[in-house]
Design a protein around this ligand. Structure first.
Ligand code: MG
Length: 450
């Protein structure tokens, strides 16, 4: 028998719905989880994709057959489900979502009893249990209850982290939820606080008719335009399951995720000197510069939200963040949460009384280039190994791929993509010219290794 393909990638299980991800897999995920968390209550929820309801039913059936009690949260964001799992004791969770992937995709994020995605060791156990089909041993199926509307208690907790609530009403904010489930969270929260909120693409629709679900600059033209036309203070864009947030300043400029992270870091370290900040190895130097300036302690991890979440917990960090717009705020819950990111940026604006562009312009400036180098799925590890051999003696870190720090100039990182057949090449320097020089030197080495 051929070896079954690995299901878990960088962020849970993902694939094309109906092909790689079908109701049979959903049932097996539910059944495997029930075996891993016997007698636990399991909270399940879904994003707005057309296949999500069908997959949710499969997961529920697998869990119920194992005797687990299932609480169905219905349409919900990933961070809200994760928070609610931690809040309900002795529980686990499954979120049916493919995050920012195209409409035809779907998948599962499996959440441990602490409200964070399961670690790699538990993923391994789940892999085995999913592939080793065992008929449910129980004839006392669990019960299922519907808990739709629980998102309110999540929002209530998020609201506690808003400082100067009275000043939020002075803000005009455009929010583009990209037809995703975050339409239920950030706009509601900010409206309730009295801000003037203008919504873009706020109808939850699994076809994502408004824009590509990934909050990248090329997908956020309508948001930028609306911010400018409405003379708003800022714009916020979320991905399909609401765990990421990208910001647009009052001039309509889309800001890179790591600059927003640095802004939040700067504000938090000002009031929490010596606090720890966790970020993956591909994040801009602006984050390390702010950490040194504010005497914070920066801890680098592999790329992936699970790595950041688990490290935030392990080292008792205050904040975690990723260049893709992921913000992890430990005082709320150490997972990637787009709504808490919105709260922290709004806090920075109202506390300082300055515009978002001013706040961001004050941060040190760097130039980063990211390139994709095609590389077959089975050849990625060998290519990284070959590259390591070529760069021997110059490698600064092998935490995730190969990183070379170039004294006084910048850095370069090559790593295997966890989700696509390609290598990712990152380079960053103080000037555009320097970054091109770095690329000219390292790109041929990567191509040769592939
Ligand atoms: Mg997401």
């Amino acid at each position: 028998m051929a070896k079954a393909p690995r299901l878990f990638g960088t962020n849970g299980i993902r694939g094309v719905a109906g092909k790689e991800i079908d109701s049979v897999i959903a049932f097996r995920v539910g059944s495997a989880l029930g075996t891993l968390f016997p007698k636990h209550r399991v909270l399940i929820g879904r994003d707005g994709r057309l296949s999500s309801r069908m997959l949710l039913e499969g997961v529920a059936a697998g869990l119920l057959a194992r005797g687990n009690h299932v609480e169905d949260l219905g349409l919900i964001t990933t961070p809200a489900l994760e928070f609610l799992v931690r809040k309900a004791s002795s529980s686990a969770g499954v979120m049916v979502t493919a995050s920012h992937n195209p409409p035809e995709y779907n998948g599962f994020k499996v959440v441990d009893s602490d409200g964070i995605e399961i670690d790699r060791a538990k993923e391994e156990k789940m892999e085995l249990l999913i592939h080793r089909v065992q008929l449910p041993a129980t004839y006392s199926p669990g019960q299922r209850t519907s808990r739709e509307g629980e998102i309110r208690s999540y929002l209530h907790e998020v609201e506690k982290h808003v400082v100067h609530k009275d000043r939020v009403r002075d803000l005009k904010i455009v929010i583009d939820t990209g037809n995703g489930v975050a339409a239920q969270t950030t706009p509601t929260l900010l409206r309730d606080l009295g801000a003037r909120v203008i919504s873009v693409n706020d109808v939850i629709d699994g076809d994502f008719p408004g824009r590509n679900s990934e909050p990248r600059p090329e997908n956020l033209g309508a948001l930028s335009r609306t911010v400018r036309e409405e003379k708003a203070d800022l714009g916020i864009a979320h991905d399909g399951d609401g765990d990421r947030a990208i910001f647009v300043d009052e001039r309509g400029e889309v800001q890179p995720g790591d600059r927003t992270l640095a802004l939040i870091e700067d504000e938090l370290l000002r009031t929490h000197p010596g606090a720890k900040v966790v970020t993956p190895i591909n994040t801009s130097m602006v984050v390390s510069e702010v950490a040194s300036k504010r005497r914070g302690k920066l801890i680098l991890t592999k790329v992936g939200s699970i790595e950041v979440s688990r490290t935030v917990v392990k080292v008792s960090a205050l904040l975690g963040g990723e260049e893709n717009g992921g913000i992890f705020y430990a005082p709320h819950h150490p997972v990637r949460d787009g709504t808490i990111a919105a709260v922290l940026v709004v806090n920075a604006i109202v506390e300082t009384g300055r515009s978002l562009s001013k706040l961001l312009d004050e941060l040190p400036k760097f130039y980063m280039v990211k390139e994709k180098i095609p590389c077959k799925e089975g050849a990625k590890d060998a290519a990284i190994k070959a590259l390591k051999a070529r760069l021997l003696g110059r490698i600064s870190s092998s935490l995730d791929g190969v990183r070379v720090d170039l004294e006084g100039r910048g850095w370069v990182l090559v790593r295997a993509s966890g989700t696509e057949p390609l290598l990712r090449l990152y380079a960053e320097a103080k000037t555009e010219k320097q970054v091109q020089e770095i690329l000219n030197e390292f790109r041929p080495l990567v191509l040769a290794a592939v």
